[in-house]
Design a protein around this ligand. Structure first.
Ligand code: FMN
Length: 151
């Protein structure tokens, strides 16, 4: 059994919803357990247990949030070498801006992680969400592709 961890930061809940869809997609791929946690819960997690870790946040000010960047640095310190890592974001027009931000941070702080790009960027209908319905099957598919890499 392989193990994946999906870490999200959210203000209004849409990025959590996206994290859960991606996690469901990962599990669609096969025998993979997948935990979904808020970035604040990362402290209590033994990062070494996981084969893959995904990081996601809303786009704020055309970039990734401070919270998720802190989580990435913390996880990198605990050790991401050889693990699959990838990213996702939610946005209202600045598609993929936080994804690219997180990807460059991961490359910098953990060059020996197996970064899968491009991450997934999902549009929300308004400032407080919800996630646009058409993003849901795409998020499941993105998760499934990550799951196939994990297996
Ligand atoms: C402080 C703040 C700044 C934001 N800046 C942007 C932005 O620069 N570009 C963009 O596309 N969306 C921006 N948004 C909209 C967010 O992308 C949207 O609120 C978010 O995707 C909802 O996800 P959440 O429910 O997980 O917080 C901003 C939202 C907030 C609260």
């Amino acid at each position: 059994m392989k193990h994946a961890l999906v870490v999200y930061n959210t203000t209004f809940g849409s990025t959590k919803e996206l994290a859960e869809e991606i996690a469901a997609g990962i599990q669609d791929a096969g025998e993979i357990s997948c935990e979904v946690v808020n970035h604040k819960e990362l402290n209590g997690k033994d990062v070494s247990r996981f084969d893959a870790i995904l990081f996601g946040c809303p786009v704020h000010g055309a970039q990734a949030t401070r919270g998720i960047k802190g989580a990435i640095k913390k996880a990198a310190k605990a050790g991401l070498d050889g693990k699959i890592v990838s990213t996702f974001d939610t946005h209202m027009g600045h598609e993929g801006r936080a994804v690219r931000n997180m990807e460059s941070l991961l490359t910098k702080v953990s060059p020996d992680a197996r970064l899968i790009t491009p991450g997934f960027s999902g549009r929300v209908k308004g400032f407080r969400g919800p996630l646009s319905e058409e993003e849901i099957p795409k998020a499941r598919e993105f998760g499934k592709n990550i799951g196939q890499e994990i297996l």
